[in-house]
Structures are given as structure tokens and as C-alpha cells.
Design a protein around this ligand. Structure first.
Ligand code: ADP
Ligand code: MG
Length: 697
């Protein structure tokens, strides 16, 4: 690798490039839009477009694309070349401001959740100048928002950008009340930690379930799983570190701040964490990170699995969405400072988050829901499906003091003497960590740990931004109308603690007692994606999304439809894939094994040796009975699927049917298939085993 600082951002039309290549006035105008949120001057676009094209062509690009994030959860691009014919039969390379600002992809094949008539196809993409353009595979990629002809949002970016504006507006109202006259914008920031699995491509290719569904639908538990916890932070194998090295380089070229990498708890599981950036850029970058992980893995004969639960019995993968808010002049609004009990402004922002998470727990829950994540949330490896907040010792203590009449002190972590003169004394954090909490305060940010590994982080972040904006606006309303900001602030903080402390929980979120305790506290425990979708059509939620201009009621409803439809399709594909593997791979292997066994037993009998010992037929009868049950369960699942076509209920009811009948049938079939795996001769077993896949990279 050549010089890292030279590589970093070399394929990004970033601030440094703009400063160098744009005329001063253009640069200044564009910066005002990016940094302070002022409207974009269309005259600026032509100049920027031409500079962008020159830069991209110098870097070897021939095409450009409006890069966007439709509701499929992945990114979309349609490439156009820069060429324009001239009268002398040659071409010139052109790229206009109009082409930069607006694109018109056919929107008809992207999900819209019934928001748009089937025959209406027109959709527009609009340049998002707050996330820098970049070059990928010889194409200049321009991050864009995606809307329908009638203006409804069809993507993940538009609501995210709107929610950032909403939060900025409300946070600035509060800051102003606290005497801040310098900040002009508040930005939400996020650092998403990404978990993933890497397995050998040769094994992957032999598993239809991984190819078609991203997860194993069969697979007996291997003798060794993750119980020794010897993979977590373990030495990184050479093949994996080769992958990580190349991935980092690719990410750095795109200006993505890949920072930390390590092995995770499950065998074959790893994690990558970038340095945080704005929620908008981080979302774009996380999409690119997932794309590049998959691409680079292939170059190393590996496949990167981003599914939330590729393997049963070992931990699945998530994303830790580390979230905070800061002003354009560099103040992190969730930084407690050294004496948080006296830091009223911090306490107001902290309480706003606490109230938002409690009041809109259902919205937050649905922002992390997808079929894959249903395997994780609530299982003993990922956060529970119940939303609660871990605050840690120091802040919990301060809130208690306030509740009891006033806060006088902030507990400090102090230092730790390790008892060895040559080792340094360690400065302790003000609180320990809690890895079981779905929403944990970690010093100067909150870590939302529910998000699934394959999902875009957009929904989690536009939800967080909007619900916090809503509570900030409630607080600002009260403060602005009260004459004395000081006592009113105390009253508000006190009121929020009293009313919403039920959401604060510092204990073990994996424990069964917590489920009972949470129920007593009245906290929702939403166990499935299907159930979670109800939050999207709840009046309490649609009204705040509308109030802050993030999503209309119709847009929320359409997102609900899309989630249900995706759920149904996903489970349907999984069920069909299971049946195919069961009928064409597992059952034939079991029958073949049984017949070989029977032949061997007959052979043994026919020798007449040791006639008083009966032939070992126990295995044969177990294989046969398990195979018979297996065959029966295939039929049951097929029947359940056939019944779907008889249903003409609404989408929600069909989704419930898939969750309660089809999914249950699949689990039952799997149990039997996995038992067969433990009985059938390894030589005859048609699928690579968990041991093969998890321990052989
Ligand atoms: P931990 O080990 O507690 O998860 P790290 O230092 O590894 O903490 O940080 C986790 C992630 O949080 C990183 O991506 C980091 O950049 C991000 N992060 C740090 N500060 C902020 C912030 N103010 N806003 C958003 N994310 C942040
Ligand atoms: Mg973390």
C-alpha cells in the first residue's frame, strides 16, 4: 500500500478537491448549503458539475450515476456515460448542472407500498450535496434522494435528511434559550459498528439456502460452537487479515473512516467500526461498506454474510448505531462534562432522549425490525425486544438526586492502582459498560444496539432524530412561554424523570426476570416484525412524523405495506428453499443411507457369524422413522403454503399467517432435518456442515 494519507479520500469529490477546483464564490455558496443548510443556488450546480466531471475523468471515470437508496434496503444505480456526439462524428465529454441536480429513473419497479398507481412510473432523483460524490468502478456516483412524480418519498435518504433538519431546528431553539448565540446548525452523528460472517466460497456454493436466503435453513449444532469464547478478539487469521487489509484500502479510497476491526463472539464472525460522521454520510458509507465487504470477500475466495442470523446456535450479527448530536461549532450536546449534575443544558438533552425513547419505543422497535432480526431480538445474544435505556452509575445517581429534591454531586470514576509499580494508574470511566442493553449511554453518545446487520441504518436514525426533535419541541414550547427559564427547566427535568424513569434499566437485559419486570413497568415487548409494523400506522406516531415534515401519514402507511410484503416474500422464499433442500437433497441422502445400512445388515446376517448376537438394526430403524417424520413434515409445510392462495385477507393477516403457520412449520421441519444430519453417514450428507463452514476459513 502506498501512503495512507494519499490514498484516503482519493476517489471522493471532497472538501479539499472542491476548494482546489471550484471558483471561490461557487465553493463558498456550496459550503453554505452543506454546512449551514441554506438552499442550493441552481447557478452553482453548472459550475460544480463541470468541475466534478473533469475531476472524475482524470481519475478514469467514463460514466456517472445518480446513486440512491430505494425501499428495498439496498442501493440503486443506473449508469450514463459522459459522452455527447459532435457534428464531426466525434464525442465530447459533458456533464451539466441539470444532470447533476436531477435524474429521472423509471420508478415502476421499486417498491412504493401502493402509494403510486401501478401505471405511474415516473420518479425523480435529486442531488444531495451534503454527502460527497465518489468514484466507484469507473463511475462517478452522486448521492441522491428519490421521490415519485407526485412527490412522495420512495427512499431512505429523504426522510433522514428531513429528520436532521427537524432535529436541528428544535435543538437550536433549546440552545438559544440557554444563551447560545453562535451555533447555526445542530447535526446528528452516527458511528455504525458492522458485524458480519466470512465463510469459504466453495462451501457457500454448495448451500442453496445461503445462496437464496442468506441463512442456513438446516444445519445440526456442531460439537463446538462459541462456548469457549475463544474467537472474540482472537488472533485474526492470515486469510481474514488479507481481506480486512484490502477492504480498508477500498473504504479509505472512498473516504470512509474504517477504524477498528476485530473477531466477534461467533466463530467466523467479525466486526468493523468506522469513525462517526453525520447520520446522512454514515448511512451512505455504511451502504458502501456492506457492498465492498461482499465484493472484496469474493476476491479472497470468501463470501461475506450480512444476514442477521446465518447460523442457528451461535450469535447473529447486528449493527451498533452510536448516535449523538453536535453543533456546527463542535459542541457534543450529549457530553456530560465533568460535573453533569450542574450542567442543565446537558440534562435537558439527556431527558429529551429518555422521554423520546420511552414514549416512542414502538417506533424505535420497528425501525430495527426485519425478518432476519426476528431471530436475534429477544434471544439470549442480542438485546431483548423490550426497549430500555442503560444510563450507568453516574447519571442514574444524578437523576435520583434530582428526583429526591436536587442534585449536589456527580460521582467520578476515579483512578485504579493495579498494584504493580511499573504499570500506570488507570483513569476509570464514570460507569461500567452494559452489553445487554438495547439503548446504552456510552460516555457522550447513545448506542442503539437493535439494528440488524443487513439493514440500512437510515430508518433507525430518522426515527431517533424525529422522536428526539418532537420532545425537544415540547420542551422548547414550555420554556419559551414561561417567563423564568431557570425554574421551568428544573420542573421539566424533574417531570420527565418522574414520568419516564420506567424506561431506565441498568441490569441484565438477557434475564427472564427483566421480561417480567418490564411488563410490570408497562414497557412494550414487541416480539416480531409483523407485530412491530403496527407502530407505523399508529396515530401517535404518524402525527409526529407529519408534524416535523419527515413522512406523511400516507408515506408511513406505504412503508408499513412494504415491510409486510417483504416479510411475506422472505418467509415464502425460505419455505420454498427448505422444501427443495428437504426433498431433493436431505431425504434422498437419508433413504440412500438407510438402504446401504439395510444391505450391510443383511450382509452381516448372511455370514452366519455369531448368530446369537442380533444385527445392529437400531440405527436403521431410527433413520427410517426420522426420515418418515421428515417426509410428513414436508407435506405439512407444503399444505400450509398451498393454503396461502386461498386467503384474500389483508396484508397484515397474511403476514401473521406466515409468522404463525409457515414459520413454525419450517422450524419443525428443520428440527427433523438436523436430527437426520446426526444420523446419516457423513460421506453421504449433501450439505457442508456447520463445522465445515464455521471453522475452516
Ligand atoms: P465502544 O467500544 O464503546 O463501542 P468506540 O470508541 O469503539 O466505543 O466507538 C464506537 C463508535 O462510536 C465508533 O464508530 C465511534 O466513532 C462512534 N462515536 C464516538 N463518538 C460519537 C459521537 N459523538 N456521535 C456518534 N458516534 C460516535
Ligand atoms: Mg460498541
Amino acid at each position: 500500500m502506498s501512503n495512507l494519507s494519499e490514498i484516503f479520500g482519493s476517489y471522493v469529490f471532497n472538501d479539499a478537491v472542491m476548494m482546489e477546483r471550484l471558483p471561490k464564490v461557487t465553493y463558498k455558496a456550496l459550503k453554505k448549503t452543506i454546512d449551514e443548510g441554506l438552499p442550493l443556488d441552481p447557478a452553482v450546480a453548472d459550475v460544480v458539475a463541470s468541475a466534478m466531471k473533469d475531476w472524475a475523468v482524470e481519475k478514469g471515470a467514463t460514466h456517472f450515476t445518480h446513486w440512491f437508496q430505494p425501499l428495498t434496503g439496498i442501493t440503486a444505480e443506473k449508469h450514463d456515460s459522459f459522452i455527447n456526439p459532435t457534428s464531426n462524428g466525434k464525442v465530447i465529454l459533458e456533464f451539466s448542472g441539470k444532470e447533476l441536480i436531477k435524474g429521472e429513473p423509471d420508478a415502476s419497479s421499486f417498491p412504493s407500498g401502493g402509494i403510486r398507481a401501478t401505471n405511474a412510473a415516473r420518479g425523480y432523483t435529486a442531488w444531495d450535496c451534503t454527502s460527497p460524490s465518489f468514484i466507484k468502478d469507473g463511475t462517478l456516483c452522486i448521492p441522491t434522494a428519490f421521490v415519485s412524480y407526485t412527490g412522495e418519498t420512495l427512499d431512505k435518504k429523504t426522510p433522514l435528511l428531513r429528520s436532521m433538519d427537524a432535529l436541528s431546528k428544535q435543538a437550536l431553539r433549546i440552545l438559544k434559550l440557554f444563551g447560545n448565540t453562535t451555533s447555526v446548525k445542530v447535526t446528528t452523528t452516527v458511528g455504525p459498528e458492522q458485524e458480519y460472517f466470512l465463510i469459504d466460497k466453495k462451501l457457500y456454493d454448495k448451500r442453496k439456502d445461503l445462496i437464496l436466503t442468506g441463512r442456513t435453513l438446516f444445519g445440526a449444532k456442531p460439537a463446538k460452537g462459541q462456548e469457549l469464547e475463544d474467537h472474540y478478539f482472537g488472533q485474526i487469521k492470515e486469510r481474514i487479515s488479507g481481506f480486512m487489509k484490502e477492504l480498508n484500502e477500498e473504504l479509505w479510497k472512498l473516504g470512509i473512516l474504517a477504524k477498528t476491526q476485530h473477531n466477534e463472539v461467533s466463530p467466523a464472525q467479525h466486526e468493523l467500526a468506522p469513525i462517526f460522521s453525520t447520520t446522512n454520510m454514515a448511512t451512505d458509507h455504511n451502504q458502501l461498506t456492506m457492498e465492498l465487504m461482499q465484493k472484496v470477500a469474493l476476491r479472497h475466495g470468501l463470501v461475506c454474510l450480512l444476514h442477521e442470523k446465518p447460523f442457528a446456535g451461535v450469535n447473529g450479527s447486528g449493527k451498533h448505531n452510536n448516535w449523538s448530536m453536535s453543533t456546527n461549532d463542535g459542541l457534543n450536546l450529549l457530553d456530560p462534562g465533568s460535573t453533569p449534575h450542574e450542567n442543565k443544558q446537558f440534562l435537558v438533552f439527556l431527558c429529551a432522549v429518555i422521554k423520546a425513547v420511552d414514549q416512542f419505543a414502538d417506533l424505535l422497535r420497528v425501525s430495527a425490525a426485519n425478518p432476519g432480526n426476528d431471530h436475534r431480538l429477544g434471544a439470549n445474544e442480542a438485546p431483548p425486544a423490550i426497549i430500555s435505556i442503560f444510563l450507568g452509575e453516574q447519571l442514574t445517581d444524578i437523576l435520583q438526586q434530582i428526583e429526591n429534591g436536587g442534585a449536589r454531586s456527580s460521582k467520578q470514576g476515579g483512578t485504579m492502582d493495579l498494584g504493580v509499580s511499573t504499570l500506570p494508574n488507570l483513569l476509570k470511566d464514570n460507569t461500567d459498560r452494559n452489553r445487554t442493553s438495547p439503548f446504552a449511554f456510552t460516555g457522550n453518545k447513545f448506542e442503539f444496539r437493535m439494528v440488524g446487520s443487513s439493514a440500512s441504518i437510515a430508518a433507525a436514525n430518522f426515527t431517533l432524530n424525529t422522536i428526539v426533535a418532537e420532545v425537544l419541541s415540547q420542551i422548547a414550547d414550555k420554556l419559551e412561554s414561561s417567563g423564568s427559564c431557570g425554574t421551568e427547566t428544573d420542573k421539566i427535568i424533574f417531570g420527565i424523570i418522574k414520568e419516564h424513569k420506567r424506561v431506565i434499566f441498568n441490569g441484565n437485559g438477557y434475564a427472564d426476570e427483566w421480561v417480567k419486570e418490564a411488563e410490570k413497568r408497562g414497557l412494550p415487548n414487541i416480539k416480531s416484525t409483523v407485530a412491530a409494523t403496527r407502530a407505523l400506522i399508529d396515530e401517535k406516531n404518524t402525527s409526529i412524523m407529519e408534524k416535523h415534515g419527515v413522512l406523511s401519514k400516507a408515506e408511513m402507511e406505504s412503508r408499513c405495506e412494504i415491510m409486510l410484503e417483504t416479510y411475506i416474500k422472505t418467509i415464502n422464499i425460505e419455505a420454498l428453499t427448505m422444501i427443495e433442500i428437504a426433498k431433493r437433497q436431505i431425504l434422498p441422502a437419508a433413504i440412500k443411507f438407510a438402504s446401504e445400512l439395510a444391505a450391510s445388515i443383511n450382509n452381516i446376517k448372511s455370514t452366519g457369524v455369531n448368530a446369537n448376537i442380533s444385527a445392529p438394526a437400531g440405527l436403521l430403524s431410527e433413520v427410517l422413522s426420522t426420515a418418515a417424520t421428515f417426509e410428513n413434515k414436508i407435506k405439512i409445510l407444503e399444505l400450509a403454503l398451498a393454503k396461502v392462495s386461498e386467503k384474500n385477507e389483508d396484508m397484515y393477516d397474511i403476514a401473521c399467517y406466515y409468522r404463525d403457520e409457515i414459520f413454525t412449520g419450517m422450524s419443525s421441519l428443520r428440527a427433523n432435518g438436523d436430527k437426520l444430519e446426526t444420523l446419516v453417514d457423513a460421506e453421504l450428507w449433501p450439505l457442508p456442515t456447520y463445522e465445515d463452514m464455521l471453522f475452516n476459513v
